[in-house]
Design a protein. Structure first.
Length: 328
């Protein structure tokens, strides 16, 4: 197998590339480098710079690299931005996927792994979100991921392509500091940014129906997420000729925002910066924690890292990219 990993120079993508390459898989990367960083890639990994919207480029890359499987991570992924720019998100995430799948079918590629999201579920009112929980996305980003799953499954069924859709929960941490997330869009880097400025981290709402009043989420270490991609890719390679697998990727353990703020204070050496409570953000569900029984059964996979390891490794990466941060 030769796997083309779209978005492979991004935060998640670079971890997937390294895990698969270190496991002996042949991999190449397609990335337009709009948010990816070429230096994240291991030496010797081929990089094709360009977009999934460029059909001619895809056809050449598949032929030149001898691609037999695709891991598709390239996508726009900021919820707020998707609300402001829905056309851009549908063009990049849905139309770009359609162009990619057309090229996959034409090239006779038999395995396709799709990076989806727990955002497809919306605001589920359940203790644990299973793969059978109804999908009711609340924003254009989540809509594009659900539409992407539909496209992937339908194309796989029509053209005997083995497919998998991986629904990520909240990704955090880093395998190495240089691979850390450099964006400030998720809760952990947002709190790091505040603490670096000497400001207290923020909690949006403390009156939710949870034990401490703050929202509860399921966090997955990016290194575990990458190992799940390897397991899914190998499953696809072993079972050619069609079939779909859709699974959650999480820990099955919930962590509240207040608990996260306390842990971040300890790791960063600033426990005195008690979080300040601000108004709820529109659309934040009280609890979203994923059930993980299906992925354990189907892929014999489970997460190995806890939330403390995620925060410590994320802080190491933050300090590398932000020298002004004061380490404990």
């Amino acid at each position: 197998m030769t796997w083309l990993i779209t978005g492979g120079a991004g935060y998640i993508g670079a971890h997937v590339v390294r895990v698969m390459a270190e496991a002996g898989e042949r991999v190449a990367v397609l990335d337009n480098l709009s948010s990816g960083v070429a230096d994240r890639l291991p030496q010797g990994i081929p990089l094709v710079q360009g977009s999934t919207l460029d059909r001619d480029l895809l056809d050449r890359a598949f032929a030149d690299l001898g691609v037999t499987g695709v891991v598709h991570l390239a996508a726009k992924k900021q919820v707020g931005e998707s609300v402001e720019q829905p056309l851009r998100y549908y063009r990049e995430n849905v139309h770009g996927l359609m162009v990619l799948l057309e090229a996959v079918v034409e090239a006779g590629i038999g395995s396709f792994l799709f990076s989806s999201s727990a955002a497809v579920y919306g605001m589920p009112d359940v203790e644990l979100v299973t793969e059978d929980t109804p999908c009711r996305p609340m924003n254009p980003y989540g809509e594009t991921k659900l539409a992407g799953e539909w496209l992937v499954r339908a194309t796989g069924a029509a053209h005997s392509i083995s497919t998998a859709c991986l629904r990520y929960f909240n990704v955090a941490g880093a395998a190495r500091p240089e691979l850390a997330d450099t964006g400030v869009f998720n809760i952990i880097p947002m709190m790091f940014e505040r603490i670096t400025r000497g400001e207290a981290p923020r909690i949006f709402g403390d009156d939710y129906p949870t034990p401490d009043g703050s929202c509860i989420r399921d966090y997955i270490h990016v290194e575990d997420l990458a190992s799940a991609h390897l397991a899914a890719a190998r499953r696809l390679a072993e079972r050619p000729g069609g079939g779909d697998l859709t699974v959650n990727i999480g820990t099955g353990q919930g962590v509240s925002v207040r608990e996260m703020a306390q842990l971040i204070g300890e790791v960063t050496g600033r426990p005195e910066l008690s979080p300040v409570v601000e108004a709820r953000r529109a659309g934040d569900p009280a609890r979203v924690v994923g059930a993980t029984e299906l992925i354990a059964k189907e892929l014999r996979w489970s997460a190995r890292h806890g939330v403390a390891a995620m925060v410590r490794s994320a802080w190491d990466g933050w300090c590398l990219h932000h020298p002004e941060a004061v380490r404990p």
